[in-house]
Design a protein around this ligand. Structure first.
Ligand SMILES: Nc1ncnc2c1ncn2[C@@H]1O[C@H](COP(=O)(O)OP(=O)(O)OP(=O)(O)O)[C@@H](O)[C@H]1O
Length: 711
């Protein structure tokens, strides 16, 4: 298990690109409208909402933190991401030569001085500008200038000083980070230089490095920091000259398991980096991507192939790294030994262009590279079994059989991420899976938003990258509800704890669309697609569908409009391998009637297309204030449906069952809308086809585990 610590903040600053409709928590409070194509946002510490944008001239002082943030063209009119065709057309129209690459378009960089352009290696230097085909974001590999598509256009058209802006913002990490990086690097020593041989041996055992040679460690520049008992992995700038960042990997023994803790300096968003870059030659056309530095060491040693480790493992592949991978005609992804790694590999292959990617499937005989080395397996042979990521629309069972076996032998993981606050949901739905569509409904004002906020937060704290589309309530209000649920208590009464919770909250992989009110489904889906590409989003929450209805041309026929929208979300979920949770209002029902699947507004399309249907019930069954029931009335994964009580806690705004209450889960055999009138007893009023199981598992209002050290 790897826990990630992050030194510093501002992790995602600067990652946003053309999809101006997505923001992370920092961007939520601040929108700087200056004439500059790139902006610096400074958070000013203070009470909630106390973040302000500073004029650029003032922003260059010595702030505690500095963020880069994309220009938001307008808060509610998002800029649509540029397409590859538009990029090509633009370059042609301006007489700029270009080469079409795998995920980027390469062109001569306007950010390199003419003298540099003429020098040495011709095309490699002169075509040093990489423009991401999906976002339009550019990176000049020679000057390290970077920016958005609009910045590039501005510099081509001679408006503003796009080049300098870019250079300024892509400069090396802040001074304090650089000093820290250098200080740690200087104190760290190669393992073989440790004074006590026992200490070196212990470190090798803890990190599983007994079979990794000193020569391998030397080539990759791995050191050991004695006071922190951590390995230190360096990140060098392209060209391998300057030390730009470090990852520290600590190991603690826990029984017979080892618990790893990662710390990165600077924070991962400030400098996108690949471990192993200096060892890559310009002529290399094949590379193996791993999710851990240790795996890259093992691979390089036993196969001699070029290998790179992703900075944030299977969590994401930031598009900013794509230019560094453009030179490879073949990329093998060997990310780990579990289903999550497999899912991540498939997702990353889409970004890299699946036609050049092959994936190593996790399995008994195919563990992670380091484990394979330690088990004496032949890593080259495993690499030869890698499956092409690309296949046509028609597949035979032969191509699927390994995938089916993978699911059968990893039943737990195939069931998805389990909720930590809602054990009864796990018992019914088994987990939260990618590529599914969940439809959620409940009476007006029953607490749908409040519940779905906690349900999504729970998953997000477990590393499910989440995008919220809250069209009804503002992002600030939603974030306030979420933060209260995260802290499991009212922060109004403990403002001194605010910063501590907000810091931890900021570290969640959580993003918000900036839409409010009616939106067109096309714009929303474009934004979702963009977020999947840029932030590797795995869960999108849409609250609620009615906000896309008014916008459609089809609005004369509301039912047809809704069906169309549901179809679009269904397709997105499947195509993007992303879970979509869609809140839909119910049709008007009699007040004393239970809601059923058929109560969802519109035709039967919503429940037909959905993999899961959840209903927040607050009629009849109400036995006390705040009490609600959650009914799972459709579950395509394994058919288990049922109902369980939710106890609302007004101060923490949580629905997770309080520790003392005995949760009762009722499984229902079929979906005819019948639920028990008195779930507490199984005595009078219970419906015969309900079988009752008692849960003695006490839910855990989880303390989020994405801990972060204070600086
Ligand atoms: N079980 C509950 N008991 C009492 N109050 C609740 C309960 N659940 C939520 N609330 C409160 O009710 C208010 C409305 O909740 P929420 O916005 O989540 O409802 P909703 O179903 O999403 O509403 P709408 O139908 O307008 O979309 C909030 O102030 C919330 O804190």
């Amino acid at each position: 298990m790897i826990e990630k610590n992050r030194i510093g903040e501002g992790r995602r600053g600067g990652e946003a690109a053309g999809g101006a409709a997505v923001e992370d928590l920092r961007g939520m409070w601040v929108l700087l409208r200056s004439g500059y194509p790139l902006r610096i946002l400074l958070p000013l510490r203070g009470p909630w909402m106390g973040w302000r944008a500073l004029p650029r001239s003032l922003a260059l002082g010595p702030p505690r933190r500095r963020y880069r943030k994309e220009a938001l063209a307008a808060l509610e009119v998002p800029v649509l991401p540029v397409t590859a065709t538009e990029i090509r057309q633009y370059l042609r129209a301006h007489g700029i030569p270009f080469q079409d690459g795998h995920s980027c378009v390469r062109a001569p960089s306007p950010f390199v001085g003419a003298s540099k352009l003429k020098d040495e290696t011709g095309a490699a230097t002169s075509f040093s500008l990489f423009i991401d085909k999906t976002t339009g974001r550019f990176l000049c590999m020679t000057s390290l200038a970077e920016g958005s598509w609009e910045d590039f256009q501005a510099s081509v058209e001679g408006q503003g000083d796009g080049a300098r802006e870019g250079v300024l913002l892509s400069e090396a990490p802040e001074a304090e980070d650089s000093e820290e990086v250098q200080r740690i690097w200087d104190r760290a020593v190669p393992l073989w230089e440790l004074p006590e041989p026992e200490e070196a041996q212990l470190a090798r055992v803890m990190f599983g490095l007994t079979k990794v040679t000193d020569d391998t460690l030397r080539r990759f520049g791995v050191r050991y920091l004695r006071p922190a008992r951590s390995l230190v992995f360096p990140w060098f700038s392209p060209g391998g000259l300057a030390l730009r960042g470090l990852k520290l990997l600590g190991a603690k023994g826990q029984g017979d398991r080892v618990h790893y803790v990662e710390t990165t300096i600077p924070q991962p968003g400030a400098f996108h980096n690949l471990f192993g870059l200096p060892l890559i030659s310009r002529r290399d056309v094949e590379v193996v991507l791993t999710s851990r530095e240790l795996d890259s060491l093992a691979l390089s040693q036993s196969t001699g192939l070029p290998t790179l480790a992703l900075p944030r493992g299977t969590a994401c592949l930031p598009p900013a790294l794509l230019p560094y991978l453009e030179q490879f005609r073949r990329i093998v992804l060997w990310l780990g030994d579990d289903l999550r790694s497999w899912e991540a590999a498939k997702l990353f292959a889409r970004k890299l262009n699946p036609k050049r990617c092959s994936l190593v499937r996790p399995g008994d005989q195919q563990p992670s590279p380091l484990e394979a080395l330690n088990q004496g397996l032949n890593l080259s042979r495993i690499l030869r079994t890698a499956l092409p990521a690309w296949h046509k629309s028609i597949v035979s069972f032969r191509q699927l059989r390994e995938e089916v076996l993978g699911e059968l032998s990893n039943v737990e993981q195939a069931a998805g991420v389990r909720w930590s606050r809602f054990p009864d949901l796990n018992r019914l739905l088994k987990g939260h899976r990618k590529g599914e569509l969940t439809v959620f409904t409940g009476p007006t004002g029953s607490g749908k938003t409040t519940f779905i906020s906690e349900y999504a937060l729970d998953l997000c704290t477990q590393g499910v990258n989440t995008l919220w589309g809250s069209f009804e309530i503002s992002n600030v209000r939603l974030a306030r509800v979420m933060l209260t649920q995260f802290a499991v208590g009212r922060l109004e009464e403990q403002l001194d704890k605010y910063d501590e919770w907000a810091d931890r909250f900021e570290d969640l992989p959580l993003y918000f669309m900036t839409f409010h009110g009616q939106q067109s489904i096309r714009t929303v889906i474009d934004t979702m697609q963009h977020a999947v590409y840029v932030y590797d989003i795995c869960h999108v929450v849409i609250d609620n569908l009615q906000f896309m209805m008014g916008h459609e041309q089809l609005s004369t026929d509301r039912i047809a409009a809704q069906d169309y929208i549901i179809g679009a979300f269904r397709k997105f979920a499947t195509d993007s391998s992303c879970h979509v949770t869609l809140v839909i209002h119910p049709r008007k029902e009699d007040d004393d009637k239970e809601l059923q699947t058929a109560s969802i507004f519109g035709s039967a399309k919503a429940s037909q297309e959905a993999d899961n249907v959840l209903i927040l019930q607050d009629r009849r069954l109400v036995t006390g204030p705040g009490k609600r029931y959650l009914q799972v009335s459709k579950n395509r994964f394994d058919g288990d449906v049922g109902v369980f009580p939710l106890e609302f806690n007004k101060s923490s705004l949580t629905f997770s069952i309080p520790p003392k209450s005995k949760a009762r889960l009722k499984k229902i055999k079929d979906d005819n809308g019948l639920v028990a009138k008195k779930p507490s007893s199984g005595k009078k009023g219970a419906v015969p086809q309900i079988s009752e199981t008692h849960s003695d598992q006490v839910p855990n209002p989880n303390k989020p585990d994405l801990s972060k050290p204070s600086r």
